[in-house]
Design a protein around this ligand. Structure first.
Ligand SMILES: [Zn+2]
Ligand SMILES: [Zn+2]
Length: 131
């Protein structure tokens, strides 16, 4: 068997109705990407399989290089790899690397949706751009 993981990072929460609710997290950002419906199964493993197959995996991109499951925000769509393997270049990205929204303004410095800084390689979020 390969060492690569079968699902994204997750947490299980017991549901009041006797099921298990899975929360799947992006492997890079740790962002909560998917909360499943309560799932009933004999074992946690079985429930996880259902949760991942029916709901979880549709919210993630699997990086073919490192095998991480990442949210669309942490996936370089141009390269088809996660941002760990293929960080955004200095060039203007076509997607916000934080929330994953498609960008329309060619000269925006910050994402209009989440406010993330779009140019990478510069100062790391420090203020004082007016010079
Ligand atoms: Zn990767
Ligand atoms: Zn954004």
């Amino acid at each position: 068997m390969a060492e690569s993981q079968k699902t994204a990072t997750y947490k299980v929460v017991a549901d009041a109705g006797g099921g298990r609710v899975f929360r799947f997290y992006c492997d890079i950002s740790g962002e909560l990407c998917c909360v499943t419906k309560p799932i009933r199964a004999d074992t946690e493993e079985a429930a996880l399989e259902i949760a991942w197959d029916k709901e979880g995996k549709w919210e993630f991109n699997l990086c073919p290089k490192c095998g991480k499951y990442v949210s669309s925000a942490m996936f370089n769509v141009n390269a088809g790899l996660c941002l760990d393997c293929a960080p955004w270049e200095d060039e203007y990205p076509s997607f916000c690397h934080h929330c994953g929204v498609r960008l329309q303004e060619p000269d925006a410095c910050f994402c209009p949706i989440c406010g993330a800084r779009l140019q990478v390689g510069g100062t790391d979020g420090k203020e004082g751009a007016a010079e």
